[in-house]
Design a protein around this ligand. Sequence first.
Ligand code: NDP
Length: 488
Amino acid sequence: MTDTYPTQPEASHFVNGAYVEDTAGAPLDVIYPATGEVIATLHEATPAIVEAALSAAEVAQKAWAALTGTERGRILRRAADLMRERNHPLSVLETRDTGKPYQETSVADATSGADALEYFGGLAGALTGEHIPLAGGDWAYTRREPLGVCVGIGAWNYPTQIACWKAAPALACGNAMVFKPSETTPLSALKVAEILHEAGLPPGLFNVVQGAGAVGAALVGDPRVAKVSLTGSVPTGRKVYAAAAEGIKNVTMELGGKSPLLIFDDADLDSAVSGAILGNFYSSGQVCSNGTRVFVQTGIKEPFLECLTARLESAVIGDPLEPETNFGPLVSARQIEIVEGYIAKAIEEGARLVTGGKRLNRNGFYLEPTVFADVTDDMTIAREEIFGPVMAVLDFETEEEAMARANATEFGLAAGVFTRDLTRAHRVVAGFEAGTCYINSYNDAPVEMPFGGSKLSGVGRENAKTAIEHYSQFKAVHVRMSPLEAPF
Ligand code: NDP
């Protein structure tokens, strides 16, 4: 397969419109998850790099906000076109960075990033305030204004998508962004920056600085930063939210989940099994919204498990760059150890291992797609986010019981239902305590639809028109049309 981008970038960071390096920063090895090889070495951002990024962003934002939305949008839409043209090399790079199969990255990463750039590019010119008539001929108007400098911090599972989902609405609204990718997957955000600048984005408006949590914390704590958007785990979310609160900053928190998927015995079995597969094994299970608690009504439990096991046998596990591979490695040695720990715990606590559970005898961080049945609500794998290819199947008898158990979690990111009963589908979805729900489907994330969680899974929403509210603020202006009286 032709690989048009070298994995070693020109430099570690992209600041003020150009690649920059500071070798004083600690080295950061990038590992190809399919082999365990080092494919690039970058350096963490030093305080000098962080300062350069924030000051460039602060300066550039003012001129950017003074452009019309149409002018800003044109640049974003041009960037979307470039991303689509370069989908192949971008997808190969994403596969190298994350280990996700090319079969996925070529349709779900740069393409989804391009969708966000195109969508928010299209909306930019339509962003306005409103006119509000008041008593006595007075009136008020609102101006929709940007927040200023925004910080984006990403997880390692969807590095291109996360960078674009944050940058596109931020830039459309007239903000600047400093983005810190996960230290595990630092490569593709640099390409997003390159493409945005090639499309005409003025320097300083989208900066990428590399590093671990300390670099993220330095960005979040800076008084010049008006907003922080994090995609990450709940423990990190707590820290970042608390640090942002110190400066009364705006936040968007896209955090973890332990989402329920309810399969009623009137469901179309093949579709329900497809939903369970997509909601547990896509990206080797490293998807925040995964439906990892699969509640199956007892009437179809055995047919469901049989069909699922048969379908899993046809998974093509292997070199993620081969087009037919549809199940790749986990992202890192650390992640596979975490997931193996959960598998051991499930066996210890009495869950029945239906299939999988073992590492593959090959280089890289490969773990078999794993299914546990007879899982009960108190088991660790039914309560904690695993972030790996481990499905927990739980039995249920009635809708009422399933709903109570589905909602008995501190998370609230996503939830799904498979049934042929139309009224039940909508009743169940109305009862879910979750931000993103699916009926007879799972894990779709079109840019036109809001995405995000409730409860511990997050604050705010990404995508759709609602994201605009999270990257802009209203200034309200009262206009008096008659002489103003005062008591003295
Ligand atoms: P982490 O929470 O470990 O890290 C997320 C990001 O935050 C990383 O860039 C990390 O840096 C950074 N970070 C860590 N500590 C701090 C800090 N104190 N201040 C600022 N930044 C910090 O998540 P993972 O990368 O392990 O990703 C997996 C998690 O992300 C899962 O819980 C998953 O559910 C969630 N997720 C949520 C999504 C959603 O939209 N709701 C989508 C995708 C994933 P570094 O890792 O480089 O040290």
